[in-house]
Design a protein around this ligand. Structure first.
Ligand SMILES: [Ca+2]
Length: 288
């Protein structure tokens, strides 16, 4: 978008509901503020394109839905995603914008915005809502790690019914059972622990792993050169839905740039169509 092309803000923020906002391009609708959420507004460019702007958190990722009609707060029908995972590598600053296209002169179109934003003070945050940009995967055999979109209109027959957050999570062969003889890695971008004296990782996992055999998930912390600092978590067995894991990062990792490496292993036996290991909503916070 060309700097300075926008006129002054012409629409005030309307309502927010747990991170959702609603704005109409053709008219203003009565708001019902909830006291929290994302402050957003609409501007119109000289060529009559509607520009949605909002106060973003650096690193935050946003989905934008649209609907041709809206009758009130409980109206959840008829919405469809217009933009998914924007921007994929996270918001660069405290204001983001997106061109919604030419506004309708007659029919209002309603938009709502949902944000996945790093907690204040976090050293690392990943919701996978941007598709896992910056993560790398390596598979020597069997299943591979992937990120994929869960379609709310299409119930899952294997794995979690829905991601822990939003529409995306990562997992081993997301929509299929894991294969025998798998060795698959999934590795985070670098996390900078320079100057830190301690840090804690929290994340959510969903497990359906054959227990007591050679099938296992291992989470290790690796330095920037790819050397193991320490394994910090093992995943085995079946979880009761999404389960929160909280684990301190090793003291030997402080001061380094590190990666989190999720490795999934399976043996050669049939694992009875088990779904594997899924992760979502990772956050590293410094020691208080
Ligand atoms: Ca997610």
């Amino acid at each position: 978008m060309t700097a300075g092309a926008d006129p002054a803000k012409v629409a005030k923020p309307l309502f927010t509901k747990a991170g959702w906002i609603l704005l109409a391009t053709g008219c203003l609708v009565a708001g019902f503020a909830r006291g929290q959420g994302i402050r957003a507004w609409m501007t119109f460019r000289a060529d009559d394109h509607a520009i949605l702007r909002w106060e973003s958190v650096p690193g935050g990722i946003y989905h934008i839905e649209r609907s041709g009609g809206f009758t009130g707060a409980g109206d959840l029908a008829g919405w469809e995603y217009d933009f998914l995972g924007f921007p994929p590598t996270g918001a660069a600053g405290s204001e983001s914008s997106i061109d919604l296209g030419e506004r309708s002169a007659v029919t209002p179109v309603f938009y709502r915005l949902h944000g996945y934003e790093p907690p204040a003070g976090s050293l690392f945050y990943e919701s996978f809502e941007g598709g896992g940009a910056g993560w790398t995967r390596f598979t020597s055999a069997g299943s591979a790690w992937s990120t994929a979109m869960w379609d709310p209109s299409c119930p899952m027959t294997i794995g979690p019914e829905s991601p822990r957050s939003g529409l995306f999570a990562a997992g081993t062969d997301v929509f299929a059972a894991y294969a025998p003889d798998t060795t698959a890695r999934f590795e985070s971008p670098l996390i900078d622990l320079a100057g830190q004296t301690g840090a804690t990782l929290t994340f959510w996992e969903w497990r359906e792993i054959e227990e007591g055999f050679g099938d296992l998930g291992v989470l290790g912390v690796f330095d920037g050169a790819g050397n193991l600092v320490e394994n910090i978590h093992l995943a085995d067995g079946v979880s009761a839905g999404w389960t929160e894991v909280t684990v301190p990062l090793p003291a030997a990792a402080m001061g380094l740039q590190v990666r989190l490496r999720f490795t999934f292993l399976s043996d050669g036996a049939n694992a009875s169509d088990m779904a594997g290991w899924y992760i979502d909503d990772l956050c590293v916070m410094p020691a208080p």
